[in-house]
Design a protein around this ligand. Sequence first.
Ligand code: BMA
Length: 319
Amino acid sequence: MTNQHQELFRRQKTNPILSATNWPYPINSVFNPGATLLPDGTTLLLCRVEDRRGHSHLTVARSTNGVDNWQIESRPTFRADPEQFPEELWGIEDPRITYVPELSKYAVVYTAFTRDGPGVSLALTEDFHKFERYGVIMPPEDKDAALLPYRIEGQWALIHRPVSAPRAHMWLSYSPDLRHWGNHKLMLEARRGAWWDANKIGLSPPPIETPQGWLVIYHGVRHTASGCIYRLGLALFDLYAPEHCLKRGDEWIFGPQETYEQRGDVDNVVFPCGYTLAPDGDTVRVYYGAADTSIGLATGSLRAMLEWLENHQSKIVDR
Ligand code: BMA
């Protein structure tokens, strides 16, 4: 027995890989990026950029190796449009990208910061230049949402996190057309009490499809006397009925540890909204917001995450 816990993710030595000083125009911070691998192997990040009013928009950064030499678009790629979409009054945040083969389009599900708090909005795009907005698909207060890439029994499926005070859980909802949502199912509950994922949890990047099920990296928010701590955990869900949780880890797998994660506009936050899976089918790169200030990269193995879950799954019924 040693006192070392298993590390599932290795931080990039050059972290943070992107921050405000890299930006081609004046901003406050850049964090919580959505991510996807384009057909030519380029990594595309759709970064949440907070301007110097405190409002967020989304800007594309591309890199051929997914690590450095980021080509950042010289102006915002996707801005809030509060005249046409009043729910975007205070900006758009935290995009999750899913490639949808049936539509040959990417679904970008993002937070619209409305007068009454966060809601979930959807836009489709083929090229990350033109975006076709569907407007709000889950009214406030709701966030941390992503679309699954395929229909399940003929229905689109969306993971999201409505707030039902005092706790906030992950839910799954279904739609025949991406506009009308129903058949809502509770997917994963926040625990209670001293747990790292007590009271408030939410999806982090979109789920990762594996032969064993949908592997979900989710965040848990621990309230402490000196503020919140955002950490990440793992759970596995049935491929054909994703509201059904097969395994849930008891311990967190990644938390704020480095100075750039512990100190920033919001201290003690690691918050990924995107990952890429390498052609080897195993190497997972997670792109995460660090302290709501910059972007970090951490690399892990899908096989190791599934093994860890097998060995650390919750045997306790304690919610
Ligand atoms: C969450 C979201 C994230 C943010 C995090 C920490 O509720 O708003 O955008 O990174 O809080 O501030």
